[in-house]
Design a protein around this ligand. Structure first.
Ligand code: ATP
Length: 289
């Protein structure tokens, strides 16, 4: 076997869940300002990087995603090499497991992992601030996935405050077979119906995160659920199955239930699997190896 066939690096890229997502304003440039509580979970894609012929060469397996320069992995690699002023010679394989356009942030996670891996493989030409800036040019959720820690995100998602005492939870995630455009959801969001301000949720929770099950809240859910009533019914089934709370993640359509024990989540997954259409996953919090 030639040296080129040996993977230089293999990484797992987590999905995220938004346990709180409040839209608190709209900036002059059209971006929405948010406050969100985000948790990385161990439903993962796998990305391998190996030194290759000149250029960026991407191969995709698993759930279909574009295999060209529309792929966020490709765009992240391109952004990395321009920012680091290096000539690319890299082969990347993406094995896609995280449902696409599902509110789980899979593309953003792949992009962040690509930035980090290429930076490591290149001897760290970019510092933390340059990586975070490059991440933000690829998408508002990408900076979160550079850290992969339960965090409170503010601004458009780039101001991140890790939650150090986040309790261990398990999540059952249901992705119904509809795909939702994030742009469509934001275009249909009526800002006057969202609650301004942000401290009111996060500050009391800081004292006791275990109250989170009863406080899950996503301003985008109203928009997506009005078009896809299945979101409401999945929430109902998750609660019936014993979830402490259930919510749509991001712009949807994935819905998750939150559980205090793995066993309770496992039982709920069995209960739900025969009652909903779509994919059902059990996930714990993602932790870096
Ligand atoms: P968010 O929660 O941030 O809204 P999402 O989970 O809804 O994200 P993604 O799955 O990250 O959305 O991506 C949505 C779009 O991005 C799709 O149209 C998809 O074709 C495109 N895309 C490009 N690269 C990727 C990738 N590596 N993984 C997933 N989607 C990708």
């Amino acid at each position: 076997m030639g040296e080129r066939a040996i993977p230089a690096m293999r990484v797992e890229t987590p999905a995220k869940l938004n346990l709180i997502l409040k839209v608190v304003g709209r900036r002059a440039d059209g971006y929405h300002e948010l406050i969100s509580l985000m948790v990385p979970v161990n439903l993962v894609d796998r990305v391998t990087f190996s030194r290759g012929a000149p250029g960026i060469h991407l191969t995709c397996q698993g759930i279909p995603v574009p295999e060209n320069n529309d792929n966020l992995v490709f765009r992240a690699a391109d952004a990395f090499f321009s920012r680091a002023r290096r000539k690319p010679s890299i082969s990347i394989t993406l094995h896609k497991n995280i449902p696409v356009a599902a509110g789980l942030g899979g593309g953003s996670s792949d992009a962040a992992a690509t930035l980090r891996a290429l930076n490591t493989l290149s001897g760290h030409p970019l510092g933390t601030a340059a990586l975070a800036e490059t991440a933000l040019t690829l998408g508002a959720d990408v900076p979160f996935f550079l850290q992969n820690l339960p965090s409170i995100a503010r601004g458009v998602g780039e101001q991140l405050e890790p939650v150090s005492d986040w309790p261990e939870y398990w999540y059952v995630i249901v992705t119904p077979p509809v795909s939702v455009s994030t742009a469509w959801v934001y275009n249909n969001l009526k800002l006057e119906l969202t609650t301004p301000g942000n401290g009111y949720i996060v500050n009391p929770l800081r004292k006791d995160w275990s109250a989170i099950g009863g406080l899950l809240e996503n301003d985008l859910e109203r928009v997506t659920a009005a078009r896809y009533p299945v979101i409401k019914s999945i929430k109902g089934i998750l609660v019936e199955a014993g979830a402490e709370g259930a919510l749509m993640s991001g712009s949807g359509p994935s819905v998750f239930g939150i559980f205090r024990s793995e066993e309770a989540a496992r039982r709920a997954k069995r209960y739900i699997s025969s009652r909903v259409e779509g994919r059902v996953f059990l996930a714990g919090q993602f932790k870096e190896e």
